[in-house]
Design a protein around this ligand. Sequence first.
Ligand SMILES: Nc1ncnc2c1ncn2[C@@H]1O[C@H](COP(=O)(O)OP(=O)(O)OP(=O)(O)O)[C@@H](O)[C@H]1O
Ligand SMILES: [Mg+2]
Length: 156
Amino acid sequence: MTTRVTHEVEGTRHAGADFAALLRPGDIVILRGDLGAGKTAFTQGVARGLGCTQRVTSPTFTICQVYELPDGAIDALLHIDLYRIGHAAELSDLGVDEAVDRGAVAMVEWGDLAPTGFGEPSWTVTLRGGDDDDREITIEPRDSARLAAAQTWASA
Ligand SMILES: Nc1ncnc2c1ncn2[C@@H]1O[C@H](COP(=O)(O)OP(=O)(O)OP(=O)(O)O)[C@@H](O)[C@H]1O
Ligand SMILES: [Mg+2]
């Protein structure tokens, strides 16, 4: 299993920070989960794990937010929220493909709503919550080559 359970928002950020270590330039991560599941919180943790010092907020209205990263393998962090996206054209206007080709990583909330995909996601992250503060976070890599890393993340 590649699942972790968290009991508060900081735990989800921590899980995201650990997940950041698994990312490679050009990775696209689809985040699945209901409103308030913790997709943005998880992304805040990824940003922290990548060394980003800017404050990460929900891109619901901006659709795509770009965060600079310290010099390293990954060029930038794109935080995308497709909840309000209407047309495939809007998606191509964002320049996501170009940024990912240059070595950015894209975290995509509501990625399964995308009118057209960006290409195959490298990872799918699913957050499930109940009535309380518990969240179950499952990470699924596209290639089996990353499964061992995912299992290490789950057991951390
Ligand atoms: N274990 C937990 N992990 C993450 N968030 C939690 C947890 N427990 C409680 N919360 C609360 O749940 C909310 C998660 O909000 P967040 O914006 O990250 O969700 P989201 O999935 O991005 O929602 P949206 O679809 O609206 O963008 C926050 O208010 C947070 O404080
Ligand atoms: Mg969100």
